[in-house]
Design a binder for this molecule. Structure first.
Ligand SMILES: Cc1ncc(C[n+]2csc(CCOP(=O)(O)OP(=O)(O)O)c2C)c(N)n1
Ligand SMILES: [Mg+2]
Length: 336
């Protein structure tokens, strides 16, 4: 991050202490998501998690970088690939894992599962299984902030597969027309299930998809958490200043299958391997931290802390009881 570099008296650029702390925090937060998702994958394999489950492994830098740019009160909404977003907004790994295993200690009391969790305290608005549906809802969150006259910003995430949906463009229009404070974050992981973006989208630079409505947009390296943070800072400041929506196309990659069963015939092993070995966001952050002088003992301390947190979440998820049969019809419908 160019502006993050400080000049020493000899004129050599070096990262400031503040940047080291920020990056360490980002490293920790990305590692929590990675290890949490690996554990979720294991529990799925053991039959403890059922139904849909979309892992976020590989994409951690996107949500962590975005969260570094927002503050208390700002809102997040996303699709079904949502565990990382929940952890990054500060939701408790125990409650998320318990929801994945369908237990009463979960955020939706075991009745929502992987794709349907919410937290008012964390300002996390889900978890949506209908592709693109969250984009109109996220625009609605921004409308509510505009209506109330506060300075909150809505981070509305979508996949590149969702990006050409009609309701996405309707949302762009309304957001631009009313200058709503929403950052549209397209997580371009190259695939929508088994369809590559090149086969599905006539528009190849998705950051320009808001151009007809005058929505500024940029492409961002989503495997570099500091690049995401830098772009997010600009986007969030734009929205907070009342200038209307902003679009980020964040180029990322998912290492695992679309969902838990995925024949993976749409890409080569070499492609996945190349991303894992040459562009991994956690390894990238680690190398930068090593260059800043962070020692092995510090990484070990963070690894141990995360391992313990994730194990605690898995233990809690397995010890928490299943919902009582009498709970079948509670909290599923609010009568107006
Ligand atoms: C309206 C709708 N159409 C189709 C589906 C089936 N479906 C689930 S995920 C998905 C692909 C979406 O890809 P993308 O937006 O790139 O998100 P990613 O899975 O890569 O995070 C599709 C077509 C759905 N859930 N909802
Ligand atoms: Mg995708």
């Amino acid at each position: 991050m160019a502006q993050a570099a400080e000049k020493t008296r000899r004129g050599k650029p070096r990262e400031s202490a503040l940047d080291k702390d920020h990056l360490l925090r980002a490293y920790r937060d990305m590692l929590l998501i990675r290890r949490f998702e690996e554990k979720a994958g294991q529990l799925y394999g053991m039959g403890l998690i059922g139904g849909f489950c979309h892992l976020y492994i590989g994409q951690e830098a996107v949500v962590v970088g975005m969260q570094m740019a927002v503050g208390k009160g700002d809102e997040v909404i996303t699709s079904y690939r949502d565990h990382g977003h929940m952890l990054a907004t500060g939701m408790d790994p125990k409650g998320v894992m318990a929801e994945l295993t369908g237990r009463s200690g979960g955020y939706s009391h075991g009745k929502g599962g992987s794709m349907h969790m919410f937290s008012k305290t964390a300002n996390f608005f889900g978890g949506h299984g209908i592709v693109g549906a969250q984009v109109s809802l996220g625009t609605g969150l921004a409308f509510s902030n505009w209506y109330r006259g506060n300075d909150r910003v809505s981070l509305t995430y979508l996949g590149e597969g969702a990006s050409n949906q009609g309701q996405v463009y309707e949302s762009f229009n309304l957001a631009a027309l009313m200058k709503l404070p929403v950052v549209f974050v397209i997580e371009n992981n190259k695939y929508g299930m088994g369809t590559s973006v090149d086969r599905a989208s006539a528009s190849t630079d998705l950051s320009k998809n808001g151009a007809p409505w005058g929505i500024p947009g940029v492409q961002v390296d989503g495997m570099d958490v500091l690049a995401v943070k830098a772009a997010a800072d600009v986007a969030v400041a734009h929205c907070r200043a009342g200038k209307g929506p902003y679009l980020l196309e964040v180029k990322t990659y998912r290492y695992r299958g679309h969902s838990m069963s995925d024949p993976a015939r749409y890409r080569t092993r070499e492609e996945v391997q190349m991303m894992r070995t040459q562009h991994d966001c956690i390894e990238g952050a680690r190398s930068k931290l090593e260059a800043m002088g962070v020692e092995e003992a510090e990484f070990k301390r963070i690894d141990d802390e995360i391992k313990a947190l994730v194990q605690e979440a898995a233990d809690f998820a397995q010890a928490s009881p299943e919902p009582e049969p009498g709970e079948l019809y509670t909290n599923v419908l609010v009568e107006g």
